[in-house]
Design a protein around this ligand. Structure first.
Ligand SMILES: C[S@@+](CC[C@H](N)C(=O)[O-])C[C@H]1O[C@@H](n2cnc3c(N)ncnc32)[C@H](O)[C@@H]1O
Length: 205
């Protein structure tokens, strides 16, 4: 692993994901999580303050990056939430079928290499009728923005640990056998190529 990936990237991710517009997005979706929660790609733990303690029994924080996981462990140690960590990627969730009440995924579908496999695993672990809550950035609706996304993405992804700015988030979720029950979209403040957000809830179709 390079010095960049080990020392610079995790701090960059924490800073980039820690801005106010993104925090506003977190506040819209994270408090809806309830029961046994699996957060896929918990990162540095930026969602932890937004969970509704009265509704959440426990959070499984899945995070393959050891550096980000350490940051999240520190945040978890300072909260009153019960959090256990899983040091594996979303493509390999080591939890039982039908065991989870809510899966939360924020700004991570952009980065997971095999989204179809990870979403199939999410589908498998969710109890019947349980929700996948998502908040992601992705493919913009405007043709001019999409053209710029296509130009920037190959370079961007190389320096950001594999983050892609133009994934069709709703399509990925539907293609994995989910029915989207509620979804909002908008450009949040920031460069339009990076700021088109999709957030909402889905259940197994
Ligand atoms: C932009 S960060 C977002 C972190 C966090 N979800 C948040 O909202 O702040 C992308 C996250 O995806 C994680 N990630 C990368 N590959 C992954 C995989 N295969 N499965 C699960 N998470 C992955 C990264 O380690 C990182 O924590």
């Amino acid at each position: 692993m390079s010095i960049y990936s080990k020392y610079i990237l995790p701090w960059g991710i924490n800073a980039a994901c820690g801005g106010k517009p993104v925090a506003k997005q977190r506040a819209k979706i994270v408090p809806q999580a309830k029961g046994m929660v699996l957060e896929v790609g918990i990162g540095s733990g930026l969602n932890l303050p937004f969970y509704d303690r009265a509704q959440v029994e426990k959070v499984w924080g899945l995070e393959p990056s050891v550096e980000l996981r350490r940051m999240a462990e520190k945040v978890a140690g300072e909260t009153d939430l019960a959090v256990d960590f899983i040091d594996l990627p979303g493509e390999e969730i080591p939890l039982a079928d039908n065991s989870i009440d809510t899966v939360l995924i924020t700004y991570t579908l952009c980065t997971i290499p095999d989204t179809a496999r990870a979403l199939a695993q999410i589908h498998r672990v969710l109890k019947p009728g349980a929700e996948l809550l998502f908040c992601e950035h992705g493919l913009a609706p405007d043709a001019d923005v999409r053209r710029w996304q296509a130009r920037i993405d190959p370079v961007w992804s190389k320096f950001t640990g594999g983050c892609h700015i133009n994934r069709p988030i709703d399509g990925l979720i539907r293609n994995a056998g989910f029915h989207i029950t509620q979804m909002d979209t908008m450009y949040i403040p920031g460069p339009r190529t990076h700021s088109f957000n999709y957030w909402g809830a889905a259940v197994a179709a």
